[in-house]
Design a protein around this ligand. Structure first.
Ligand code: FAD
Length: 305
């Protein structure tokens, strides 16, 4: 119920204006978002890499409706990749992109062209791109674009969401040599016809999908903060004889940093998803919808001012 209310607020421009102008907002945003500019992204990346972590950077933005806006997002990635490369932070840092921010929803070819330009810049910088997964209406289009991009840039990664009923089958398709697949639970509000609704069902699906990926030939990227799923991931690595370099854990910036450090100290690759940019509102609201404790953090920031 609370989750539905917050996810509805995520789509409301009135609530967005209220939150953006509230005096407490800056501190809350800072916990989950690295900042607004390329320099902020660079600083956060330097710190994380210095701490033995790896990074994937997300220039915030989604649901772009005009070509100029999509070009602005593309150019922000091109600038970011050149900056990371010049700073010697590739390949430790790669980028994550949302195709809807690149025009996918109103012109699929434009979304592909912009994503292709980013993949080419990433290859030039000696690193990779992962395509974020958005709501289920975009899954087929995103996987089609992934297949085309992988023709020229085989290291391009995909994201699969365990809450979708189709995902086990998608995992089977993508558990192949050279394929990088980030497995997450899924962050959007989806109808029962396409997605499991209860936490238990989603967790069980996550484990089934993880079994397919960890027993397959690709490079699984286990994106979760869930201690049980992390422990099962480590168990499956032993069971399927995977060494620590053949898969990785991923977590979001600002969430369970002590767990990120603990896994890295055990020799695991841990990649932190670092969002930055002005368009932080939708991202922040999805984080708040995920966990009541995050909402409590937000409220504490409100009352302490
Ligand atoms: P949850 O069910 O949120 O949490 C499970 C448990 O983890 C909690 O009970 C608690 O024990 C622990 N936990 C969680 N948060 C905290 C916290 N703040 N402090 C302490 N303990 C905590 N979703 C998409 O739909 N598309 C994407 O492309 C996408 N990319 C992602 C990339 C990365 C790297 C990550 C980590 C997530 C991504 N997500 C994406 C979001 C994802 O789908 C989930 O919404 C999000 O990760 C929360 O799920 P969870 O697995 O962490 O488990």
């Amino acid at each position: 119920m609370l989750r539905s209310v917050i996810l509805a607020a995520a789509r409301s421009s009135r609530v967005e204006r209220l939150v953006e102008t509230a005096p407490f907002t800056r501190d809350v945003v800072r916990r989950f978002v690295a900042g607004t500019a390329t320099d902020d992204a660079l600083r956060a990346t330097r710190e994380l890499v210095g701490d033995g972590l790896t990074v994937t950077l997300d220039y915030l933005g989604e649901d772009t409706v005009i070509a100029e806006q999509a070009a602005t997002v593309r150019d922000a990635y091109l600038e970011l990749l050149a900056t990371l490369s010049a700073a010697g932070l590739t390949p430790a840092a790669e980028v994550s992109v949302k195709l809807s921010a690149l025009g996918q929803k109103f012109d699929e070819q434009l979304g592909y062209d912009n994503a292709r330009a980013i993949c080419a810049a990433a290859a030039e910088a000696g690193t990779t791109v992962t395509l974020d997964m958005e709501d289920h209406t975009t899954t087929d289009s995103t996987l089609d674009i992934l297949a085309k991009l992988r023709g020229d840039f085989p290291g391009t990664g995909a994201v699969l969401q365990a809450y979708l009923r189709r995902t086990e089958s998608d995992c089977r398709e993508l558990a192949t040599t050279g394929s990088r697949v980030r497995l997450c639970k899924g962050a959007y509000k989806e109808p029962e016809s396409v997605a499991y609704q209860s936490a238990v069902e989603v967790d069980k699906s996550y484990v089934r999908c993880m079994n397919i990926l960890m027993s397959g030939d690709g490079y699984p990227m286990l994106a979760t903060h869930d201690p049980r799923l992390i422990a099962i991931g480590q168990d499956r690595a032993r069971w399927f004889d995977r060494d620590v370099n053949s898969f990785e854990f991923q977590m979001l910036y600002g969430i369970r940093p002590e767990e990120q450090a603990r896994l890295a100290a055990q020799g695991h690759t841990v990649r932190v998803y670092v969002p930055y940019g002005d368009e932080w509102y939708g991202y922040l609201m999805r984080r708040l919808a995920e966990r009541p404790a995050n909402l409590a953090f937000f409220t504490r920031a409100l009352v302490s001012r």
